[in-house]
Write a protein that binds this ligand. Structure first.
Ligand code: NAD
Length: 422
């Protein structure tokens, strides 16, 4: 992606929060602090491959800010991962955790690798060696990774196990909270796997409440059918939303009567992607962006809604399930066309919210019920939306700007009280 990226993603992330900072006249020192990550950790580590050779991989952990709590954010395994991308993703985490009021800062990490090109054994060695290379730069009260693109509960189980094994014997059971998104058997939380998709659906429900719309009258198209997109589709379809278009890295499909999502999930699991699904028509990638729908849900990569696609979209709402899916220069076009955006730091915060619940459960050695997790998730998503609506009304700004303002209000208040060391 580096070659095709028009401009720095991190700079775009900085510009985003600076626009909101202007609205509240944020202190210059806080602006400058938030424009840089606190720590940029880059590790190059060798891994034994199945054929007996060794390959050196590059991994990153960017710790953006820890004013409100330990650094928190996912690990991405993708061939396009680079320093600029991880810096942007880390900054967005700081604003996301502040916005929804969980006691964490922001971080992100990743390895430049295409997981599809390696065996399960090779991936396990990559994860263990990367975790070992990060060493004490992560920790349950310091920096807590979670899944993101290309990683899963299996990855988190390996990170936790490696971290436990390099911890002193007396601490091996108290370090479970070094990562969230683990499998339930290993110390994960019920409801974490689908939490981001569920949070996206709660965001859609909130918008329905604001606009007097009904879920069972809405049509939607979704880009990405992985953890976030797949779970969102499943939950939204159960709630009555008609999903008429879906894409993933293998193809794009449409069915104007609605795609049978349960069948598509099975197909995708068996075939490694949605391509060839018999219950829909295969179309060109660009067709997804021209479907007549109510809601477009990007749930894959950054910068997918470009200027050209913004001009083509035929929807009234974009819910940003992915991080940074809307290119900065596309946003004015969407505004002119009265296409509303529920921004990423609000729409996809369900994952970090339930990660917080998992961390609390690990700390207290307790397991919550699904009902407990779900009710508290809904409350936190709902409260964040309510605060954003209120700040938007006061400042007469976009929903994205208002979301950043809510986050910056909280960060600035704590900086004011604590001061800047020394
Ligand atoms: P994933 O790896 O589970 O799934 C990614 C999906 O995107 C796959 O279906 C893949 O085929 C698809 N994809 C990749 N390239 C594509 C392309 N060019 N066109 C269409 N589809 C493409 O990843 P995920 O965890 O679902 O993450 C998706 C997005 O959500 C990312 O932006 C991530 O940062 C964000 N996010 C994830 C979580 C989480 O809890 N997993 C939380 C918050 C935000």
């Amino acid at each position: 992606m580096t070659g095709t990226r028009q401009r720095s993603l991190h700079q775009a992330a900085v510009d985003q929060f600076q626009r909101a900072a202007d609205l509240i006249d944020l202190n210059e020192a806080y602006r400058e602090i938030l424009s840089y990550p606190k720590n940029e950790i880059i590790v190059n580590f060798p891994v034994a491959l199945d054929d007996g050779t060794r390959k050196v991989f590059t991994g990153y952990r960017i710790q953006h800010n820890n004013l409100l709590g330990p650094y928190k954010g996912g690990l991405r395994f993708h061939q396009d991962v680079d320093l600029d991308e991880v810096k942007a993703l880390a900054a967005w985490m700081t604003f996301k955790t502040a916005l929804v009021g969980v006691p964490f800062g922001g971080a992100k990490g990743g390895v430049t690798i295409d997981p599809a090109g390696y065996s399960d054994d090779e991936m396990r060695r990559v994860v263990r060696r990367f975790t070992h290379a990060l060493g004490s730069n992560i920790g349950p009260d310091h920096d807590i990774p979670a899944p993101d693109m290309g990683t899963s509960s299996k990855t988190m189980d390996w990170v936790m196990d490696t971290y436990a094994n390099i911890s002193p014997p007396g601490f091996r059971h108290s370090v479970k909270g070094v990562v969230t998104g683990k499998s339930i058997e290993v110390g994960g939380s019920v409801g974490r796997e689908e939490a981001t998709g569920r949070g996206v659906l709660y965001s859609l429900r909130h918008w329905c409440g604001e606009t007097g719309s009904r879920l069972d009258e809405l049509t939607a198209a979704v880009q990405g059918f992985g953890n976030v997109g797949g779970h969102f589709c499943e939950l939204a379809a159960e709630a009555g939303v008609t999903i008429t278009g879906v894409s993933d890295h293998t193809g794009t499909i449409t069915n104007e009567d609605g795609i049978d999502i349960a069948k598509l999930r099975l197909w995708s699991a068996e075939n490694g992607g949605i391509d060839g699904f018999p219950g829909a028509e295969a179309v060109d990638t660009e067709a997804l962006f021209a479907l007549p729908i109510d809601v477009f849900v990007p749930a894959a990569l950054e910068n997918q809604i470009t200027v050209e696609r913004a001009a083509k979209l035929r929807c009234s709402l974009i819910i940003e399930a992915a991080n940074g899916p809307t290119a900065a220069d596309a946003e004015p076009i969407l505004a002119d066309r009265a296409i509303e955006i529920v921004p990423d730091i609000l729409a996809n915060a369900g994952g970090v919210i339930v990660s917080y619940f998992e961390w609390l459960q690990n700390k207290s050695a307790r397991a919550w019920s699904f009902a407990d997790v779900d009710e508290r998730l809904r409350d936190l998503v709902w409260q964040a939306h309510d605060r954003v609506v209120e700040r938007r009304r006061q400042l007469d700004c976009t929903r994205r700007e208002a979301a950043y303002v809510v986050a910056l209000d909280r960060i600035a208040d704590v900086y004011d009280r604590r001061g800047i060391f020394p």
